[in-house]
Each structure stands twice: as C-alpha cells, then as structure tokens.
Design a binder for this molecule. Sequence first.
Ligand code: NAG
Ligand code: NAG
Ligand code: NAG
Ligand code: NAG
Ligand code: NAG
Ligand code: NAG
Ligand code: NAG
Length: 701
Amino acid sequence: MKLGLALKSFLLGALAFDVSMARPRNTYTEVYRPQYHFSPKQNWMNDPNGLVYKDGIYHLYYQYNPGGDTWGAMSWGHATSRDLTHWTEHPVALTARGFPDNITEMFFSGTVVVDEDNTSGFGRRGKAPWVAMYTSYYRIDQTLPSGKQVRRDQQAQSIAYSLDQGMTWSTYDAANPIIHNPPPPYEDQSLEFRDPSVFWHQETRRWIAVISLAKMHKVLIYNSRDLKDWSFVSEFGPVNAVGGVWECPSIFPLAVDGGNSEKWVLMLGLNPGGPPGTVGSGTQYIVGDFNGTTFSADPESVHDGGAPDSSLIIEDFEGSDTLSDRGWTVTGDFIGASPAQGSLDGQNPVTGFLGEQLLNTFIDGDSTTGTLTSAPFDISHKYINFLVGGGSNVNETAIRLKVNNHIVHATAGTDNEQLSWHSWDVSAFQNQSAVIEIIDNATGGWGHINIDEISLSNTRARNGQANWLDWGPDFYAALSFNGLPQNQRTILAWMNNWQYGAVIPTDPWRSAMTIPRRLALKTIGQKTTLVQEPALNTKDITNGGKLSTFPRVDGVRSLGRLGKTLEINLTFSNRESSPTGTSQFGIAVRATDDYNKLTRIGYDFATQQVFIDRSNSGDVSFDATFASTYHAPLTPSSDGILSLRIFVDWSSVEVFGGEGEASITTQIFPSNDAVFGQLFSAGGETSNVRLRVKEVESTWR
Ligand SMILES: *[C@@H]1O[C@H](CO)[C@@H](O)[C@H](O)[C@H]1NC(C)=O
Ligand SMILES: *[C@@H]1O[C@H](CO)[C@@H](O)[C@H](O)[C@H]1NC(C)=O
Ligand SMILES: *[C@@H]1O[C@H](CO)[C@@H](O)[C@H](O)[C@H]1NC(C)=O
Ligand SMILES: *[C@@H]1O[C@H](CO)[C@@H](O)[C@H](O)[C@H]1NC(C)=O
Ligand SMILES: *[C@@H]1O[C@H](CO)[C@@H](O)[C@H](O)[C@H]1NC(C)=O
Ligand SMILES: *[C@@H]1O[C@H](CO)[C@@H](O)[C@H](O)[C@H]1NC(C)=O
Ligand SMILES: *[C@@H]1O[C@H](CO)[C@@H](O)[C@H](O)[C@H]1NC(C)=O
C-alpha cells in the first residue's frame, strides 16, 4: 500500500464516494479491459493480498476501494480461481470500517493463512479457521473496542478470521491491533509500519510474520505460536535499492537448481526508486538464509555502492567544528551552524550518509535559507563525487561547482531523505581553482538539501544496485500463495505504478494483476538468480497457433493481423552488433494498420538487453514519463540462442527472456484497431528466427 500523494487525493475526494456499486455495468469488453488478467469489475485495485490455495481453489484478495476508481476507502476485495486463469469476483471481504461516510479504519495489505491446527482457537464446529493478518490504518484518534488507543494516521497490525473458507470475515476486535506499535527503538515509526506477510515455519513450529518499517528500509521479523501473541525476533536491512519506501516484504524458501539445497528469498516492493530507466515503483529480491529467527543475505546478493578507495576528501562534515570553523564562508541562517548529527527531520529519517554527521539544511525546519561557499581548491582529479539528498529544485536547493566564478555544475536532490551518490566529470577543468557552493533558497515543500562526503577521484562513485524481479515499470507488491508445495511457489503482482496509477485511461476500473508466475532459483553466470515462468494455463484458451520460421530477417517484415490477446514464442540466433547504429531484433505488436502506433519487444545485441518500447504504443498522454523504453539484461544461452516468451493483452505486455531471468512488465493503451504485427531487424540480418503466435481467448466469457 502507499500513502503520500494517494492519501492526499483521497482526503480531498473523501466526500465524493460513488456508492452505485451494486450492479456491474459492464461485460469485460470495455476498451483496454484485460481479457486474461484479473481486474475488478469496477473501481480501484492495488496490491494483491492474502493469496492462499486451499482445496483446489486459489484465493486472491486485493487492496480495493469500493467507493471509487482511485485510491481511497481501502478494503479487501476478493476473487477466486480454479486454474489461476479464470477468475470469479466475490463480495468485498473486509470493508473499510465506517464506509462510506465515516471511515475510522482501513484495511491495508496483508496475508491469509489456513490455521489447520486451530492454534488461534478461532475454530468452531470442526472447521479450521482461516486467519488474515493485515495493517489497520486509523483515520482518527480513537479508543478501540479492545481498549487500545490509536492515533490518527497510525498503522498497526491486526487479524481477522473466517470460518467459511475465506468468504466472510470477523475482525478480532477483542484484542486488535495485535501488534500495536513498532518495537523499540522504532516507536517513532508507527505511521510507516505495514504489510505483514505470515507463514507457518515447520522447523520452529511457529508462525512467522515479516513486516516493513517502510521509511527505514528495514523488515522486522516476528514469531508467534497462536497468531495473536507476537514476539519481535530480528530485523534486516537496509541493503541494495533504498530509493523509496520498502513495502510488502515476504520471505520464502526455494530449491536451488531444482536440487536438495535450499535458499530463502526476501521479496519486497520499493516506491519510488524502481529499476533503472523506470520512474516510480519496483520490486527487488535478496537471496539468503533464514534460520527461524534471522534472515541473512548472501554476500553475492548484496551490491553496495560507494566512493572509490583512492578519493581525496574535500569535506566529510565529521567532527565538532562549526561550518565556518571548517573553512566555509556562510551566509543567512548558516551563520554559526554546525553539521547535523544524523536525522533532524523526525518522521523522515535521513539515510545513506557516511559516518556520524552530514550537512542537512533543515536547521529551523524548511524555512532555513542561506549559502555555504567552500575554500578554493585545485581540481586534481577527473571527478568530484558527493552524496546528495533533499529538495529537487536545482534553482533553490543545490550543490554547485564554480570555476572562475561561473557555475559549471549544479545538482539537487530528488525530494527524498535518502542520500545517493552523484559525480561531476571535471576533466575539462584540470588544475584550475574552484569552489563548491551549497545553496538553500527554499522555505517550503522540500526546502532543504542534504550533502556528505565531497571528494576528488579519478573514478566515479556508484550507487548500490539491486536484484530486480522485473525490470519494467508495472510490477509492484508481488506476493506468493500460501498453501502450495514449495516447488510451486507462485506470485501475482499489481500491474501498475504509483507514478501514474491513478490516471491510467481505464473506466470503470483501474488496475489489473500480472499473469501468475512460478518462481525458481537457478544458477546463471555463477549467480543464484530468481527466475519466473508463466503459470497461466493457456491450453484451454488458445488455439494451436502457427509456427513460422525465417532463415533470415533483415529490415521490417510484416506479419499482418495478429490480434489483441497473444501468447508469442520467439527464438533467434545471437549476432555481432553493428559498429554503427543500433543492432536490434524483435517483434512489434498491437500496431495500427499504418504501423504508426505499435509496441516493440526485442533484443539489443550491442547492450545484451531485452527491451519493451512503449513510447509510441497508443495513448501515452496522461503521464510525462509513460512514453519510454525499458531494458533488462539477458545473456544469450551457451548455444547462442535468444528466446523470448511474450504475453499481450488489451492493455499490457509481459516478456520473459531466457530461462525467465529477464522479465519486463508494461501497460500499454493501444486503440481497438491496433491488431497488426511485424518483425524488425535493425543494423544487420538476424537468422534462425522461429516464431509461434497463439491468440488467447477471453477468460470472461
Ligand atoms: C464516526 O464513527 C465514530 C466511531 O464509531 C463515532 O464515534 C462517531 O460519532 C461517528 N461520527 C459520525 C459523524 O457519525
Ligand atoms: C478451536 O479452539 C477453540 C478454543 O480452544 C475451541 O473452542 C474449538 O472447538 C476448536 N475448534 C476446532 C475445530 O478444533
Ligand atoms: C539464527 O541466526 C542468528 C544470527 O546469526 C543467531 O543469533 C540465532 O541464534 C540463530 N537462531 C537459530 C535458531 O539458530
Ligand atoms: C531554474 O531556472 C531556470 C532559469 O531561470 C529555468 O529555466 C528552470 O525551469 C528552473 N528550474 C526549476 C526546476 O525551477
Ligand atoms: C595538471 O598538473 C599536473 C601536476 O603539475 C600535471 O602533471 C598535469 O599535466 C596538469 N594537467 C593539465 C591538464 O594541465
Ligand atoms: C534566492 O532567491 C532570491 C529571490 O528569488 C534571489 O534574489 C537570490 O539571488 C537567490 N539566492 C540564491 C543563492 O540563488
Ligand atoms: C512457448 O514455449 C513454452 C515452453 O517451451 C511452451 O510451454 C508454450 O506452450 C509455448 N507457447 C507458444 C505460443 O508456442
């Protein structure tokens, strides 16, 4: 789940609930309606919740606003399937308390377990209870039926149980929330404490819950014997990608290469700060071990960034001197000021700085203004590296380099308290004298800047990387089903992005889930890698398809009418890349008959990346970042073959490259008549092309 902007728009729109929800007014044929992906009949959906398999039925709960088509009165919607392919939507399972006109509590993300042994004691008349653990989000200060007091905007963990196989639920009002506050020393994080994921751990005979401290980039691990009484046992993080809040964490074991050795995977959402080239949400994973209390990452799964060892430090803001005693010329509110000790900004911890101190211009809050100018120094190396965070307006909060009194570089933050590395190429100014100037001329919004570790080096500093589960923009809050055997670990993810989720041009619903994907760990290039295989059962909903082989393709080759719902397999030989220009091969789908609009899915031989290019895919007007191309690294197989599996629906494309180690998920909004396709080979000819295209039938009819 996410707050921030979504919450603000909800608060503004809170009085305008649409309660005409009783009767679906559509037949799943609206423009852009996914034909074989789950989407709610109407209204807003986000994270998958409570995925559980029991007695031949897959249950999908999901974050749902019964009152409108943007984020709002968060409740748990519900749908079931027997094959992960055809879905039936059911009445809302948990409706925001007080909906529609006096909401006091919302039901944020969480998970469901079947309590076979009745550890919770909720069972009755021989029926094993199902227990949902979720985050309660309280809209107002209140004293709950349990006698516990909660604050406005607080997030705490609660449970509910069902005695009818997950169809109706009772909240455990006698004791909710059963985890009232984050543990010490994190009590001040009670507004950012969410998304419990629960499972049974046989070795320790305990329930385990994994919960996010979103802004601290930590996951907290709890255990319990009865799902009611929980003990905090360990924490993990931050590692790897930390460019946004951490949400929806879960851990689970998988066999490595299908053998007897097992590793655990931590999977979690990040928003913003997704994969390179995307804006907004993403999903990363970390491979490691779990011993019943502690998750520990494998060193090879952690990618720390940092400054090169051979740096000459200009300023690290450590020690007790004031800024002017350290040689800075100060103006405005910086007169008399010292570097900051860690966080100055209460709810939003500043992270990513080095040592004990940094420069944080949030001195008297955002109202602080002034400039800091360093003593002159000689530019003796190729790069100046530094850590930067805070406000993003480069005219107001910035670090700048001045040579001969001219500004030659200026950099701001990204409206984020997380500092990240940035470097300036200063090779053009070798041996010249320069000064660094830090300005804060902003008094509101993100009216401060955070700086640390300014140094000269001949190497660029780099930010930590991440293991991305999917390299596209529309894959978030992935969750796996409880209740399946370990070798059938299957996930669904929200196929949307907080960057533009609320303005995608669909009506009367917003958002779909990805196709289900089965996970495995494979050793690829010596790295234990999470791979995904489509778990959609397309046998019953596809025709035989047609295999076409092309010994060689050069330039563009029309495929004529393909349709709007497709399952495509495309294999071809790797080749040398052309020394000039691009070297790509792929297929364009959802093209108009003049091929002016289309979505390209292909491989770039020079960069060894799979890509989806949706820059000209149809309606891209609703968000400035939507018209883009997304890339995932993919090495050709040892016999020099590249293979892509592609799933196209009325408003999405998912591609799986190689053995499933490179997946990209994107939404697209092409017009109804965009049904044509073509192959393209740029920068040379591509050989041994095999193409099988199947048209997928609608699962709604
Ligand atoms: C809203 O619900 C709360 C809690 O049930 C109650 O105390 C309050 O009176 C209600 N307000 C209105 C306007 O109905
Ligand atoms: C579950 O435990 C409760 C409390 O001990 C008990 O009343 C109930 O009969 C049990 N139900 C089942 C199905 O065992
Ligand atoms: C799990 O690992 C942690 C950290 O290494 C250790 O403190 C703890 O005792 C271990 N627990 C068990 C049950 O082995
Ligand atoms: C910064 O100032 C320049 C020049 O006045 C202007 O073109 C630019 O849009 C400004 N940038 C921002 C983020 O306000
Ligand atoms: C900068 O100064 C160093 C040491 O005096 C010298 O070796 C180098 O050639 C100079 N570089 C440039 C680009 O002038
Ligand atoms: C800060 O803003 C004021 C008003 O726009 C401007 O006059 C001043 O030059 C700015 N200061 C800096 C350091 O950019
Ligand atoms: C693509 O290949 C996979 C794996 O070999 C196979 O299961 C699937 O049916 C194929 N799909 C098409 C459209 O040929």
